[in-house]
Design a binder for this molecule. Structure first.
Ligand SMILES: Nc1ncnc2c1ncn2[C@@H]1O[C@H](COP(=O)(O)OP(=O)(O)OP(=O)(O)O)[C@@H](O)[C@H]1O
Ligand SMILES: [Mg+2]
Length: 251
């Protein structure tokens, strides 16, 4: 469904031999150019991102690897309009989001980006179907429609008969599936997942990743997954590593 466009190299020259930029795409959903981010603690400045270039196309599943503390969550948060970079540009869906007001960024997060976190962040006191309904309620979707869609999404992630279950009584793999269904609620084009398989066992980790990859390939979504999990690398179309503040394409 997508055109895989222009496999020319990104135009910016590399600064280090280890840094191999990925391809450039005319229809990129995400386009980062020279993104920089530093954290200041008192007088100490930690430069986490030192010029990150990256292009992500539709219908593909990307992995982001790198040692603990190297800035993976920071980069994901910048792409997801949770954090703003100090420099460089971040284009989502053809629009530079660093220039948008906070309200517009929040609207993008609600409507076009789905987040999946390591620890699920499911809401207590709500059953599975109610958790999936929440993002739709925020957009004013009618209760009946939201309920129907939540049930369809739970079926999609293999939890057809679990709608009424309390997540506290579900396994971690099942909770992560509920979180994935919730991330898909508003049919986002871009799905960002931060270590989604970290709490999962040897069987459910690859199952979850196969599900995310199939979503990308079959429904045209762009999926970006931060992971340390060597068991699931086969599910990636492209793999990048973040090290010393820059990205290198591994595969
Ligand atoms: N809000 C913050 N204020 C100050 N420093 C921060 C903040 N968030 C992250 N850092 C620092 O920035 C660096 C990158 O953090 P980040 O969470 O992005 O790493 P990560 O690659 O996701 O690590 P992990 O694999 O352990 O999750 C770390 O050294 C961290 O301590
Ligand atoms: Mg992290």
């Amino acid at each position: 469904m997508t055109s895989r466009v222009q496999h020319q190299q990104a135009s910016k020259p590399t600064t280090s031999p280890a840094q191999r930029p990925g391809p450039a795409y005319e229809d990129a959903v995400v386009r980062l150019r020279a993104v920089r981010k530093a954290y200041r603690r008192g007088t100490h400045v930690e430069e986490v991102l030192r010029g990150v270039d990256l292009q992500l196309r539709p219908a593909a599943c990307y992995y982001l690897l790198g040692p603990s503390g190297c800035g993976k969550t920071t980069l994901l948060s910048i792409i997801g309009c949770i954090l703003r970079p100090d420099g460089g540009s971040v284009e989502l869906f053809g629009q530079d989001v660093t220039r948008l007001a906070e309200e517009q960024r929040a609207a993008l997060r609600r409507t076009r980006i789905g987040f999946i976190f390591q620890k699920f962040h499911l809401l207590r006191g709500l059953n599975a179907v109610q958790n999936v309904i929440v993002p739709m309620t925020l957009l004013g979707v009618s209760e009946r429609l939201a309920h129907r869609r939540a049930e369809e999404l739970l079926e999609l992630v293999g939890l057809k008969d679990y709608g009424n279950h309390d997540p506290r009584m579900m396994s971690v793999g099942q909770c992560q599936r509920v979180a994935i269904a919730r991330a898909l609620a508003n049919d986002p084009e871009l799905i960002l997942a931060d270590e989604p398989t970290a709490s999962l066992d040897a069987e459910s980790g690859p199952q979850i990743m196969a599900l995310l990859r199939d979503l990308a390939h079959e429904t045209g979504k762009t999926v970006l997954v931060v992971t340390h999990d060597a068991r699931i690398l086969e599910f990636a179309d492209e793999i990048y590593e973040l090290r010393n503040g820059t990205l290198a394409r591994l595969r």
